[in-house]
Design a protein around this ligand. Structure first.
Ligand code: SAM
Ligand code: SF4
Length: 335
């Protein structure tokens, strides 16, 4: 292993989120427009390139890999990549290999994921109502996701549900979603909706519902105790005393935890985003593609990028568009 990745603010970079595709079999209204233009295939890192890229990061001290997208499980032959990462788990360099998925393909892949060494999966699901699910995802069907969750639990994967908090959409389902997760022994995290990318002009289903209000809604039903747990990311946790459940709240653009930020994000085209809230990125694809026989240029490019990791994203709101939107999609950087 080479020297670990330490940024200018003495933070060790140990967590890499990797988007393996910008494509998806759903069209969630807050994430994509119905008619998306996707990247030409040649722009994408091949599975072999993804392997080299992630392996280089692991060699530089990354201990946790989260695979995301787009929908990671619609990338053709993606299991080849998961199985390739198993060697890093086996030798102990990688502590966790995980993914964030919409659940649509879990029925097919749950067993394979477990065999590759995945133990925990985040499944995104915003409602337990079939019609509302079809409306919010446009192309998704809830029974398919239920079958995926069943298969994943049967395979031994621990599931955390991620729900985007949307006022007037899933506000009334908070107790039902919470109980459903408790019954199935799944953790639950609420995500605050972010204005990202051009998602078309269609009417938004549901509006911004601040996590402070979500928390207040919880307090109507349960006794909450704050947990000190920190993941280096923008999540806070509470325990519901009545059920013992741990509930998370993610405010993606809150800057409360920047000082402990341990993560960077790689897009499917090989751009490294050092901070979710800023536009600055470093293209790593050339250093990877142009030097197939040595990792040194790629390592140098990664180090140079980490040198540019900002202290926090509250320092650079000027780079966002005037309407407060991030111009890129979540499916590009990977949520
Ligand atoms: N397709 C996978 C899934 O849905 O889990 C992985 C990629 S998706 C971009 C990752 C996460 O980002 C999902 O939990 C999704 O709900 C969340 N997300 C997408 N657009 C968002 C937005 N505008 N604001 C907040 N979260 C968003
Ligand atoms: Fe697809 Fe995930 Fe975006 Fe929904 S949130 S459109 S499932 S990438």
């Amino acid at each position: 292993m080479t020297a670990p990745l330490i940024d200018p603010f003495a933070r060790a970079i140990t967590y890499l989120r990797v988007s393996v595709t910008d494509r998806c079999d759903f069209r969630c209204v807050y994430c994509m427009s119905e008619n998306m233009t996707f990247l030409p295939k040649k722009e994408l890192l091949t599975l072999e390139e993804l392997d080299r890229m992630c392996s280089t990061f692991v060699g530089m001290g990354v201990q946790k890999l989260r695979i995301t997208g787009g929908e990671p499980l619609v990338r053709r032959d993606i299991m080849t990549f998961f199985h390739a990462m198993t060697r890093h788990l086996d030798c102990g360099a990688l502590k966790e290999l995980t993914l964030t998925t919409n659940g649509s393909q879990l029925e097919r892949f749950a067993g394979d994921l477990y065999a590759a060494g995945v133990r925990r999966v985040n499944v995104s699901l915003d409602t337990l109502d079939d019609d509302k699910f079809a409306a919010i995802t446009r192309w998704g069907r809830l029974p398919q996701v239920h079958r995926g969750i069943d298969a994943a639990q049967k395979a031994g994967l621990r599931i955390k549900i991620n729900a985007v908090a949307l006022k007037g959409f899933n506000e009334d389902e908070l107790p039902a979603i919470t109980e459903w997760c408790a019954e199935r022994d799944m953790d639950l995290t609420w995500i605050e909706v972010m204005p990202m990318g051009d998602i078309g002009n269609e009417s938004r289903l549901g509006q911004y519902w601040s996590l402070e209000d979500v928390r207040a809604t919880y307090a109507q039903f349960y006794t909450l105790s704050d947990l000190a747990e920190r993941t280096g990311g923008p999540a806070r946790y509470v325990r519901l005393e009545e059920t013992g459940q741990k509930i998370g709240f993610i405010t993606p653009l809150s800057h409360n935890f920047c000082e402990s930020c341990n993560r960077v994000r790689l897009t499917c085209t090989g751009e490294l985003y050092m901070c979710l809230g800023q536009e600055d990125q470093a293209g790593l694809r050339d250093a990877l593609r142009n030097y197939p026989d040595t990792a040194e240029p790629l390592r140098a490019a990664i180090r140079a990028a980490i040198e540019r990791k900002p202290q926090g994203h509250d320092f650079d709101y000027s780079r966002q568009r005037l309407d407060g939107q991030m111009s890129r999609h979540m499916s590009h950087t990977g949520g």
